[in-house]
Design a protein around this ligand. Structure first.
Ligand SMILES: *[C@@H]1O[C@H](CO)[C@@H](O)[C@H](O)[C@H]1NC(C)=O
Ligand SMILES: *[C@@H]1O[C@H](CO)[C@@H](O)[C@H](O)[C@H]1NC(C)=O
Ligand SMILES: *[C@@H]1O[C@H](CO)[C@@H](O)[C@H](O)[C@H]1NC(C)=O
Length: 197
């Protein structure tokens, strides 16, 4: 474009820039930071937190008998490394993570419900928790960009058959502990987004 005088080159660039701005502003904006469901999500997490304490009704001195049990669920979400600094949180990344954890906990809770049913232990708490996890998952799903939802791995964990009440209780203790950690993390993250959205 050497033959163009300075001014038309300038105008040309201005035109390009305007075009670019118009295009980007007409893109559908579905920014997760404007998600209107953080309050409802927090409510679901609080209900879950309450239920997570009831998944096993063991007292501290009884819990000691379960600490040596060497059976663990490798597929349970492990959040000990997730709890980063709140300042560096990105809504889409944290919600994608939370969505994945929610689905995973639901799979484990549904499995625990069947396990308890099989060995004649009460399973109402698991039913309640499962329903709250489903509602939480649906709410997060509404705020997630479809792109981030697709990125989720959909591997079903290979969960063992539970043949006695003792094993069912060991798994209950483990799931309850992990669920508490998940609820604590989720509540902090959601409150932060709720405040900053
Ligand atoms: C959780 O339990 C606390 C104390 O028992 C109660 O005050 C609160 O309303 C419960 N929250 C939900 C959402 O169920
Ligand atoms: C979240 O959004 C940022 C900026 O919009 C992007 O760079 C990043 O890849 C996204 N993360 C995920 C997990 O989609
Ligand atoms: C519950 O019992 C059914 C039928 O015996 C069995 O197929 C299933 O694997 C058991 N579930 C668990 C979690 O142990």
């Amino acid at each position: 474009m050497k033959f163009l005088p300075e001014t038309s080159s300038f105008l040309f660039h201005l035109l390009l820039l305007t075009e670019l701005l118009v295009r980007s502003s007409s893109l559908p904006i579905r920014s997760s930071s404007h998600c209107g469901f953080f309050g409802s999500m927090i409510h679901q997490v609080e209900s879950l937190m309450n239920l997570s304490r009831k998944i096993h009704q063991l007292r501290t001195e009884e819990l000691e008998h379960f600490e040596d049990a060497k059976i663990t669920l490798d597929s349970l979400p492990d959040l000990y490394h997730t709890a980063g600094h709140l300042r560096s949180l990105k809504v889409n990344e944290s919600l994608t993570q939370m969505y994945g954890y929610t689905q995973s906990f639901k799979l484990h809770i549904d499995w625990l419900k069947v396990a308890k049913e099989n060995v004649s232990l009460p399973f109402q708490t698991e039913e309640g928790a499962s329903s709250h996890l489903l509602q939480l998952s649906n709410l997060i799903g509404k705020c997630l960009h479809p792109q981030n939802k697709e990125a989720l791995p959909s591997v079903a964990p290979n969960l063992p058959v539970v043949s006695n009440a003792f094993d069912a209780l060991v798994y209950s203790v483990e799931i309850s502990d992990r669920l508490k950690v998940f609820c604590g993390w989720s509540k902090r993250v959601l409150r932060y987004f709720h405040k900053h959205s």
